[in-house]
Design a protein around this ligand. Structure first.
Ligand code: DC
Length: 223
């Protein structure tokens, strides 16, 4: 895949803080950031769990109707689908689970990988997700994998949802995050795991600024 020298990949499990950090790192590096979880969330939300029962040609036809584009740079990067910026309605844990379900389907992964690679060929990117370093941009020189305990990730997701005006339940979030981990790590195609040459950062005891500094130091060492 050409153009990967301009890509920083940021992978990790649900709730680890990838989106916030990708935004900050992209801003600091003057690159765009691509939230690939948002792409899976849109498809999960629009197609629903029944996507898994559609005949392959019908699913492919439905997938072809989603056109993703990326504009802007740094913290002002905007991901759009069919010309409409992706909104906050996809940011619930229920939509996260739907994203994880459709993310198991080969046709979905192929369609999104093609769209993600096209964006990476057009723009220098901080690309965040589950399989950025392993599958989508395997030749990127800078691969970072963030991790944290499930309890800490549930707590972070709780703060994020509460900050958006939702009323999350911490125990329920912990269970949902554990289910999503199980599903994302154990699927057959593109499971969540660090690339062999990824720099792994355990963020459990770090605050956002601490993780940001650790990522910037890692990026310095691999550029
Ligand atoms: O990062 P997130 O929580 O927004 O991602 C939602 C789900 O989408 C995640 O549980 C699995 C799926 N996903 C994926 O399979 N591959 C990616 N690169 C990004 C997300």
């Amino acid at each position: 895949m050409p153009g990967n020298h301009r890509i920083v990949t940021l992978d990790g499990p649900a709730g680890v803080g990838k989106t916030t950090l990708a935004k900050q790192v992209a801003e600091a590096l003057g690159m765009a950031y691509l939230d690939t979880g948002a792409m899976y969330r849109i498809l999960g939300w629009k197609l629903g769990p029944d996507a898994a029962t559609l005949p392959e040609p019908e699913l492919e036809q439905r997938l072809a109707a989603f056109r993703f584009s990326l504009s802007g740079s740094g913290a002002h990067s905007v991901l759009s689908v069919n010309g409409e910026p992706v909104g906050q309605e996809i940011r619930t844990e229920e939509v996260g689970m739907l994203a994880s379900i459709v993310g198991k389907l080969p046709a979905v992964r192929t369609a999104l990988k093609t769209a993600q690679q096209a964006m990476g060929a057009a723009t220098p990117l901080v690309a965040e997700g589950r399989d950025m370093g392993t599958v989508v941009f395997p030749a990127a020189p800078c691969k970072i994998f963030l991790d944290a305990t499930p309890e800490e990730r549930a707590r972070r997701r709780f703060d994020q949802l509460a900050g958006m005006g939702h009323s999350p339940d911490l125990a329920e979030l912990t269970t949902q995050i554990a289910q999503r981990d199980e599903q994302d790590r154990n699927r057959t195609i593109a499971p969540l795991r660090p690339a062999e040459d990824a720099i792994i950062i355990d963020t459990t005891t770090l605050d956002i600024d601490g993780v940001f500094q650790a990522i910037m130091a890692a990026v310095e060492s691999c550029r």
